[in-house]
Write a new protein. Structure first.
Length: 144
């Protein structure tokens, strides 16, 4: 998959201003054109969290859309449906051991997890993971 190749082999490109946003836009366009279920899953997820007053959206520095409570990032969603969430190390380990999430695609030993949001039926689980990240953020626990 091109996303994994770029993230693993060409990660230095992320330092070029706006390039991550351009790349992520192409991922979103590909989903719009070729993967409607993935696009619908994103829409369901985004609509559900947009109803929460304390959550605000902003462009993420590595592309996609970031989710924040005040200035604290809860997570972000890439154009290809990859959802990255900060849940803290204990929850991260538990979720990965249970097969409910994957280690973060760039920071596998941190408190971040990754989850592929590829079908509408997965939006419910993504929202449960999001709630764990929100609680983690509100408690102000360690970033890693």
């Amino acid at each position: 998959m091109i996303f994994r190749f770029v993230v693993r082999k060409l990660k230095w490109l992320a330092r070029i201003p706006l390039l991550p946003h351009v790349f992520d836009s192409f991922l979103l366009i590909a989903a719009i054109l070729f993967d409607r279920p993935r696009l619908r899953a994103r829409e369901i997820f985004e609509q559900a969290i947009s109803r929460r007053e304390e959550i605000h959206f902003a462009p993420h520095r590595f592309g996609g859309i970031g989710f924040f409570v005040e200035r604290n990032e809860i997570g972000h969603l890439h154009g290809n449906g990859l959802l990255d969430l900060l849940v803290g190390k204990p929850a991260r380990t538990d979720l990965i051991n249970k097969g409910l999430a994957m280690p973060h695609h760039v920071l596998p030993d941190s408190g971040w997890i990754s989850f592929w949001l590829s079908r509408p039926s997965e939006a419910c689980h993504a929202l449960e993971l999001f709630e764990l990240a929100r609680v983690h953020c509100v408690k102000g626990e360690s970033v890693n």
